[in-house]
Design a protein around this ligand. Sequence first.
Ligand SMILES: C[S@@+](CC[C@H](N)C(=O)[O-])C[C@H]1O[C@@H](n2cnc3c(N)ncnc32)[C@H](O)[C@@H]1O
Length: 190
Amino acid sequence: MSLLVFFGVYLLGFIILAVILIWFLSMTFSSFIGSGFVPIPKKVLKDILNSTSVTKRILIDLGSGDGRVLREAVRSGFNQAIGYELSPWYFWESRFFNRLAGLKYKAQVLRKNLLSADLTKADVVFIYLFPEIVQKLMVKIETQLKPGAVIISCSYPLDTNLAPSLKLIKKERIFNVTTYFYKKELYDTL
Ligand SMILES: C[S@@+](CC[C@H](N)C(=O)[O-])C[C@H]1O[C@@H](n2cnc3c(N)ncnc32)[C@H](O)[C@@H]1O
């Protein structure tokens, strides 16, 4: 009996250590692929999404982490929220919570590199990433985003020299997060 208890405790300890190790490797992996996992605080998310008037059809979160932005977007009225997340841990975690919330179809996460994201249908693009990787996205933003689409960038401003059709429409400090709102405009052809 005591041998059984010993092996039970041993196995439990092994499982806990394995989970901690996988979680730690996922954190390291996220930093390695472009931006570490720093989730946007839930209390600011609602205010950010409702702070400016946008068309609430499709929101894309580039680097969607645990999927909190996707779920809150759907709850705040978006028809669909799509996330790009390369880290396996956060991908599966967000799938699990999306299903648990009953949002399997409206909040979807793709296990793809955000640099290959298709932004053509987005009404809103949500960005909470390190500036280095955002810099690599600017040409895609400039060429793919449709006129009228809005980019919400948390903590860091965008380099609009690389995307001249973006106009800063609002900069707001929401709790402790400075948030930048940009709108894609048509070029003035005159
Ligand atoms: C700062 S977190 C933001 C998470 C979420 N958007 C939020 O606001 O709570 C950045 C996320 O982007 C993911 N990420 C970083 N580089 C990526 C890449 N090249 N492709 C896909 N996901 C990436 C990381 O794994 C991490 O989960």
